[in-house]
Design a protein around this ligand. Sequence first.
Ligand code: MF3
Ligand code: CO
Length: 257
Amino acid sequence: MIPIKNKEGIAGMREACRVAAAVLAKMRSLAVPGISTYDLDQEAKKLIEALGARSACFNYRTSRGQRAYPAYTCISMNEEVVHGIGTIKRILRPGDIVSLDVVVEYGGWIGDNATTVRIGPVPPAVERLLQVSEAALYHGIGFAKVGNRIGDISHAIQSFVEAEGFSVVRDMVGHGVGRSMHEEPQIPNFGRKGTGDKIRPGMTLAIEPMVNTGTHRIETLGDGWTVVTADGKPSAHFEHTVLTTETGPEILTIPAA
Ligand code: MF3
Ligand code: CO
């Protein structure tokens, strides 16, 4: 069953997503040459706490056997796809791309968003990867309409990305989000039109294309978390939390002024 948020749930999600967006905006502004990924994560931690929220990533694990996630946000550089862990050893340099992923709990609700930033100018092929990945997110969101099915979002993202010659990660997916970080439904970035659950009003969906330059295949590093492309080529990641309404999708992680 996909949770449907009532008025109160929607208000709670709006607030949590406002906080998640504010933290992501702060990280984006700090992502300049010379800063370590550890310091970026620590700055995010400070702001999350100052805003009265909590990182939903810190200590997170998907199964009992998995190592608890040790950082407050996910910071993934270049060939890293998602779930990178900030470290003092990694310093941002011109030409890098860095995916920043912020998931916070605020007032019992969770907001989830991510973006990939350029550190100074990047090579043209990487620039195109970023443009296509971000556009794929908005293209997919456009299909999050009442009456459509989840597979319509999936198909829209996959066809958009592949038409540009890039690939979508298959082994990780977007997801419903609400009281917990991962709720039903799963939202793959690949799939067939007209399949999956029907979209109804009051769903809150984290739509998050992970787009690779080369192969869609990924591997997990020995730290148990950091996901990298199997071929070492760059990857990008963009994510918003979206509310479905009778009048169309509303992006909660772009707060109204
Ligand atoms: N946006 C990511 C997700 O939905 C964030 C994961 S947080 C971590 O899976 F704890 F798993 F790192
Ligand atoms: Co997510």
